[in-house]
Design a protein around this ligand. Structure first.
Ligand code: FAD
Length: 319
């Protein structure tokens, strides 16, 4: 069976969920060979094997942290040369998309970004992308070279599929461009203690109806009672009430949690594009005609400042 390279997104050896989703998709088109780079790379092996990686290629070197993406491209190309895979899959993070584009250029292949599904095809993997705020889906395949495909988080369910996961050290010789741009400092984002938005099982989002940065405390209180991440509509982000990193939608993040609670959000098509695949959708809106109600499993017509605190109290009282 053909091998499929999977680029591993991890933090000091802790594999992030989008990579486990990639392994699910990779198994549809071949045998996943994972490539883990940087600090803690070898520590990723157990989780990757648990989810179907037949082999884990690892490399660690100061270049991966001291410079921007080129050293990682060099390493992924070394893995590509060693394996001759049927496809290369990466998560659709900003960094991984840059790595994907550079790799595709180097190996003379076509690239598909932001796929939401992947299947085997007679002439190579077929990727589904979602277009025009998820009003259309397109299916495409790379017609030149080995397909390089980035996949959006939450596009597939994580499935355990124990495999050998044999760990092998990857030999990388860095190109002269590898040290072209040095990282001078890194400032970690202040932790909120909440789960990462794209990986959370529950997301509570606020929109223009929240009516002010200080009022987001109401949304955060509900999120914290549920162990959820906090999201925001673009209107709330543009107003400066919540950071852009929390924006859900076409120009924000795509989420697909078990439960999505939209408060004071009208349900514009660009917002839906980022949340409509959520398993259960609840909306709280004082306008019974708001388009979000066309989409929901449960809707509450009411003032969020009355409804949300009651919900928070109810959840808290049941703990
Ligand atoms: P509004 O549409 O103003 O809705 C506010 C809602 O709150 C109303 O339904 C109102 O009834 C309700 N409300 C008010 N007060 C209360 C209260 N006290 N209690 C309960 N309900 C109340 N939007 C995104 O969200 N994400 C994107 O990524 C995104 N990308 C875009 C990209 C492009 C190219 C464009 C053109 C637009 C994009 N937008 C995006 C913007 C989008 O079109 C909408 O303008 C935006 O989603 C509206 O945000 P909202 O629902 O919070 O605000």
């Amino acid at each position: 069976m053909a091998e499929v390279l999977v680029y591993v997104d991890h933090v000091d050896g802790a594999v992030r969920k989008p990579t486990l989703e990639l392994l699910t998709l990779a198994r549809r088109i071949g045998e996943p060979v994972a490539v883990a780079l940087g600090n803690g790379a070898a520590d990723t092996a157990a989780a990757l094997a648990e989810h179907g990686a037949v082999k884990v290629l690892t490399a660690d070197a100061p270049e991966f942290t001291d410079y921007l993406v080129v050293p990682k491209v060099d390493a992924l190309q070394a893995a590509y040369d060693a394996v001759s895979p049927a496809a290369v899959l990466l998560p659709s993070s900003a960094e991984a998309k840059e790595i994907a584009a550079r790799l595709a250029l180097r190996i003379g292949s076509g690239i598909i970004t932001d796929a939401v599904d992947l299947e085997a095809g007679d002439e190579g993997p077929v990727a589904t992308q979602s277009a025009f705020a998820a009003s259309y889906t397109t299916k495409s395949r790379v017609s030149k070279g080995t397909p390089v495909i980035t996949v959006k988080p939450n596009s597939a369910a994580v499935e355990a599929a124990p495999a050998a996961g044999a760990v092998e050290a990857l030999t990388v010789s860095f190109s002269d461009k590898a040290t072209g741009t040095k990282v001078l400092s890194r400032t970690p984002r202040e932790s909120t203690g909440r789960p990462e938005l794209t990986e959370a099982a529950i997301v509570v989002s606020g929109g223009r109806g929240v009516n002010g940065a200080e009022n987001f405390a109401v949304i955060e209180a509900l999120a914290d009672s549920l162990g959820a991440a906090v999201g925001a509509s673009r209107a709330a982000v543009d107003a400066g009430w919540y950071p852009h990193s929390s924006q859900v939608g076409q120009t924000g993040k795509s989420v697909s949690p078990q439960l999505y609670i939209a408060s004071g959000i009208s349900g514009a098509i660009q917002h839906r594009a980022g949340m409509q695949t959520s398993k259960t959708i609840v909306a709280i809106n004082k306008d019974a005609e708001a388009p979000i109600f066309e989409l929901v499993d449960y809707g509450v017509v009411g003032d969020l400042f009355a409804v949300v605190p009651q919900l928070t109290d109810e959840v808290t009282s049941r703990k």
